[in-house]
Design a protein around this ligand. Structure first.
Ligand code: GUN
Ligand code: FE
Length: 418
């Protein structure tokens, strides 16, 4: 039997980045999780179906976070005076080690996934830790909650403390175990996850590229985040043309669908390669600021036609709500434009687009309410004194700027309430 979901309310989304699509007091219909249309009056065929009436509330697409570290959730807001490499050394590796303990993993990942749900991040692409067992626990919790996610066991076999790295063979074996267990899941699937070039030997990168090709799996990593990191990569991999080429030589840069976090200081050739290979570059504005890596030149990248998503980068970023990432991307683009007058700031519709359909493209048809897209939706309730005064676009902007989990009163993934 078909599963039909019908929501009624004020529907707002971005089919294109430049403007909002607005359907006041309308019905949105999905069949088996996928959208059939938005209607002012309900068509005959659906008139006997149940309607979930959300009244004067907003109905918007769920948020998409294309870069975050589930294992770093307890570290949000800690160590924020450090830069990247020192921050990893002093705080992060120690914490990630804890996930070798299943009780710790269960407790923290449960709290983490509850927060993702609360803040309306319905699809995400995340790093776990190097623990295979810990990562398996994260898969199970995400599955149980009904979120969409790509989850990576973090691969590291060098240049990090002994307590967190694995042998090359051990790292690949754990990865392949998780691939076989989860590759055919409908919503929560594996993603190949070298942490970044410096903590990988060439053999590990090659093995991971082979797995990506063998199973047709997506890839995620970090690229060109911090000047010290880039210098380190150049010293370690002196036969590569640049940082991105280290991944590309190993079939980890767009040979299968790929997301690369940060990409702040890319060279011209790297940008060209990302464009050619449809690599998604993930802007993590809070992280850019917190660990003082630099500012992604997002307007230039958008003008070039690069695929851009947004990431909270928990815990380089300190806030899990993707509305915060949208706000910070806009704010940071405004600061950037002061020094680069040709780079127009990101508008509110562009920000929402990046946090919904822009990133959602990595999962297929998600992040928009056009026909054929998954009905991944949030229902937003705001104050009466706001809803009476402002347009639907203004109400959405206000939620993005000052809203939080308390304003999100319902969540649907592929038409199912979660
Ligand atoms: N590069 C390598 N590891 C990390 C990490 O955990 N966070 C961030 N922001 N960058 C990284
Ligand atoms: Fe990161």
């Amino acid at each position: 039997m078909q599963k039909i979901t019908i929501l009624k309310g004020n529907i707002v989304f971005t089919a294109v980045a430049e403007k909002f699509e607005v359907y006041a007091d309308s019905f949105i219909v999905s069949v088996d999780g996928y959208i059939k249309g938005i209607f002012k009056t309900l068509p005959e065929t659906y008139q006997n179906e149940q309607v979930i009436d959300h009244g004067n509330r907003l109905i918007i697409p769920g948020f998409v976070d294309l870069h975050l570290h589930a294992a770093q959730f307890p570290q949000c807001g800690v160590g924020m005076t450090h830069q990247l490499l020192q921050w990893l050394e002093d705080y992060t590796f120690d914490l990630e080690r804890e996930y070798q303990n299943p009780e710790f993993a269960e407790k923290v990942y449960t709290a983490f996934v509850d927060k993702l749900v609360a803040y309306g991040t319905l699809r995400s692409c995340m790093f776990a830790s190097s623990s295979t067992q810990g990562t398996e626990i994260l898969f199970e919790i995400l599955k149980k909650k009904g979120l969409g996610a790509l989850v990576g066991k973090v691969n590291m076999d060098t240049n990090a403390p002994d307590f967190i790295i694995e042998s090359t063979a051990g790292s690949l074996k754990g990865t392949e175990y998780l691939i076989n267990k989860y590759k055919d899941e409908p919503l929560v699937r594996p993603v190949i996850t070298p942490r970044f070039a410096p903590t990988s030997t060439s053999q590990l990168l090659k093995g991971l590229g082979d797995l990506a090709i063998k199973y047709g799996l997506p890839v995620q990593s970090h690229v060109s985040e911090n000047p010290d990191e880039i210098a380190w990569v150049k010293a370690l991999f002196n036969d590569a043309k640049n940082y991105s080429d280290v991944y590309h030589q190993n079939q980890l840069f767009g040979q299968t669908p790929t997301v690369m976090a940060h990409a702040i200081h890319l060279e011209k050739e790297e940008i060209e390669l990302a464009l050619k290979n449809n690599v998604f570059l993930i802007h993590c504005p809070d992280s850019n600021i917190n660990v003082r890596s630099g500012i992604m030149p997002i307007r230039q990248y958008l003008n070039m036609g690069l695929k851009i998503g947004l990431g909270s980068d928990i815990a380089g970023g300190h806030k899990i709500g993707m509305n915060e990432a949208v706000v910070r991307a806009i704010q940071l683009s405004k600061l950037y434009s002061l020094e680069h007058p040709d780079d127009k700031p990101i508008s509110i519709s562009e920000g929402v687009y990046l946090g919904t359909k822009g990133g959602g493209e990595f999962f297929g048809k998600t992040g928009s309410f056009e026909n054929g897209y998954a009905l991944d939706a949030l229902v937003i309730e705001d104050d009466e004194f706001t809803s009476e005064r402002y347009s639907l676009e203004d109400r959405l902007e206000r939620f993005i700027y000052i809203g939080d989990d308390r304003n999100i009163i319902a969540r649907y993934v592929e038409g199912n309430a979660i």
